[in-house]
Design a protein around this ligand. Sequence first.
Ligand code: URA
Length: 408
Amino acid sequence: MLGFTRGDVPDYQMAAWCMAVYFRGLNSRETHALTDAMIRSGDTIALGAALGRRVVDKHSTGGVGDKTSIAVGPIVAACGVPFGKMSGRGLAHSGGTLDKLESIPGFRVELSIDDFVSQVRDVGLAIVGQTADLVPADKKLYALRDVTATVEINPLIASSIMSKKIATGADAVVLDVKVGDGAHGKRTLDEARVLAEQMIDLGRRAGLEVVCLLTDMDQPLGAAVGNALEIREAVDTIAGDGPPDFTELVLDACARLLALSDLGIDIAEGRTRAEAAVADGSATAAYERWIAAQGGDPDVSVLPDAPIVREVVAPRDGVVVRLQALAIGIAALELGAGRRTKEDDIDHAVGVVCRMKQGDAVRSGVVLAEVHARDDASASAGADAVLAAYEIGDEAPQMRGILLDVVE
Ligand code: URA
């Protein structure tokens, strides 16, 4: 791992190793050793000790429309709990928090360790990327996995996530383990429990308290899928005007993070305080302070807009029986919201907004979704792909809610 980080082990050998892990797996001792090597590829931060506070963090295994951290961070910070987080970029069909944040003009995801620590101390919140100093092995391996079909491997997901959490020195973490169609590998609930246990085990070895939320990813989270579109939705949600499923996940994660913090409160009180921070505008104020501290403009009117917005309409009356998360994620990627090769540039403006979700009754001709595209050809291809992701039937589906289980 250190040889790969230095450039002594070329990408093609590392890609072959990832594929070997895909087929053979890693046992828990090997996963632990890999996580340790990834942490030791750079410096580490004792964030809690530097602040004299208990620091909390959150991370997701990756889903479609998952902008949760961008809404959770400001709410938790507004409640007086320091939130310092290292995120990742898009992986395969799932978007990445860093790519989303970079749709904000001026926003810098690379901070020095000193700047990261002082921002969490002074502003209460910082979200950064892996750098040459902090978990550089994950930065390189993550980018390689993204384009070599080696994302959906539990030990690689667990070590990637936990190396970042341990290296940045959080004391407690809430992990969002996605379940269903849009989760990497279309993970089932039982498979999600296995991944959760692996991450809890890695956390325990490092003295890090870990709570795993197992959440639904059969359909996209919220409405927006695509970088700038998701920033807008996160900002609306922080202000109390978000889609119901996304709002519920954000508030639940905040409640648990506050209960894990040094405030000495339980989950119910955490929920009350998170809701109050949304209602009284302090979460929005925390968002604006945070974005400005990292060089960005918090005004959503400066976010890039796609030149073409194509509506996708319902072909018949009925109810949305399925809205396939994976297909919507791939449609957004094909529009340019994600990368096909490591060198690809992201188009921050494009994506999909799912106006109708599973369980919604629709009339023929009503708008199911909007495709935000760069040109006519990609808008047409995107609209076809999005329509194919919707299944309209006659009977309302069984709804399972966003939170499926908690493992701790
Ligand atoms: N998030 C990460 O940081 N790494 C993964 O491998 C998947 C999601």
